[in-house]
Design a protein around this ligand. Sequence first.
Ligand SMILES: Cc1ncc(Cn2c(C)c(CCOP(=O)(O)OP(=O)(O)O)sc2=O)c(N)n1
Ligand SMILES: [Ca+2]
Length: 525
Amino acid sequence: MPTVRRLAHELLERQGLTTIFGNPGSNELPFLAELPESFRYVLGLHEGAVVGMADGYAQATGRPVLVNLHAASGTGNGMGALTNAVSSRTPLVVVAGQQVRPAIGVEANLAIPDPSALLRPLVGWAGEPACAEDVPRALAQAIFEADLQRKPTYLSVPYDDWAAEAGDNAAAVLGRGVRRAGVPDEDQARWLAEQVGAARNPALVLGGDIDSIGRFDDAVRLAEALDAPVWAAPSLFRLPFPNRHPLFRGVLPAGIAPISAAFEGHDLVLVLGAPVFRYHEYVPGSYLPEGTRLLQVTEDASAAARAPMGEAVVADPGAVIDLLLKVVDAPAARPTSYTTPPEARSGEHGRLHPEQVFAALRDVQPEDTSYVVESTSTNSSWWRQMDLRRQGSYYFPAGGGLGFGLPASVGVALGRPDRPVVGVIGDGSANYGITALWTAAQERVPVTIVLLRNGTYGALRWFSGVLGVPDAPGLDIPGLDFTRIAEGYGVAARQVGGVDELRAALAEDHDGPRLLQVDTVPTAP
Ligand SMILES: Cc1ncc(Cn2c(C)c(CCOP(=O)(O)OP(=O)(O)O)sc2=O)c(N)n1
Ligand SMILES: [Ca+2]
């Protein structure tokens, strides 16, 4: 009779979850015993880095990924990073050890009395099996829930379950498969085609999901067929459309009134693969201008249910793009003339302007580079200078939780070894996920980290002005030297001075991780 552990490992192997991102505690060791050869364990030194790396890896591969965290404090450390993963709809399957069954009720050390309550609302599903025999089925449920909801899930397993006999029926779950359809039926397809066909002046709003589901190029075909302007949805975590395409109008501002103003004159706003909307600064106003209808297509049923206005169809946005491309009378194809970036602004006193750094990346890095960005005051500089035309070019912390950038740079590089990966990280953000540098060194990950050192929490310095709190403390972070910190974690690092030196450094071959620290001037976001 196989053990629960044997069946669990077999299930994970069949479902393709053989790369484990983890940081173990005593409760987790019985799960990690006798791991088959096909498994790869990627150790992170802090659970925030573990979840951030897994998030980057899952987004880069498009597949559910197994995360193994310690109970209680270990899970708690990973929850900050889960605020990003739940917002980017990343299918992480988090398995954590629970105390042995006889010790849970008395709340022995390392027991979590109610793990599911601890994790909501950061996961789409959480559970703890009622008996050892149910562990393989519960693990399958955690995997399928993550894949179907495209959200993290959490399974707490008492550590005495793994060595238990699995029981007669437990192996039945090994042969299971669960697939999502999500294609509109005939009536829904006709209705959608009629709404879009009847629009005099439609506009498109594309969410990060369009990039996550690999529909970046199809979205371009649809926009060109409709000859419709395109905005990226606010609080962007993936780029769904080439940012220098002539139809691209930029990332929507994250306020109610400015978004409504952007839609002036459009009788239909078609939102594909985004919630409506992930506002940020509270700028009240009417949700839509007079005469504008909004139609949202998302596979996230709860996003469709909670939107404050418009109509929604819960379906695969990719399938809807396909059906619209079949019915829209497209104008004759014409070559796309991408817009040209403006001259980069200059820095001062030996410090570069972030635009000079970004222009160097644009000009030197290969076109298929994937960028993981976590530098919160340089977004407008970034979009002024970058020219991204590929799927999977841009990753940003979806929930705004810092500590994603460095770990996710490592995770994306592990998930897509065929593409160059550059992390663009602020000197504030870097500290939240800094231990990922050690994993990058241990795994010899060929990632480049460009560390923007402006000595301050630049975005908060800007917010303090906007919010009328000019004397807020705790906004400056002088004296950090990431070249020495990186070296301490085993990553080659250097201080880079002028633009030419930066361009030359970026062009140098490198086979492992490297960190380039650049002093920059503070900018407004
Ligand atoms: C986990 C966490 N802690 C704190 C913050 C608050 N925060 C902080 C601390 C920011 C400053 C980031 O500084 P940086 O050096 O990375 O980038 P800039 O200097 O370009 O703003 S932006 C921001 O929202 C956060 N978003 N997430
Ligand atoms: Ca900074």
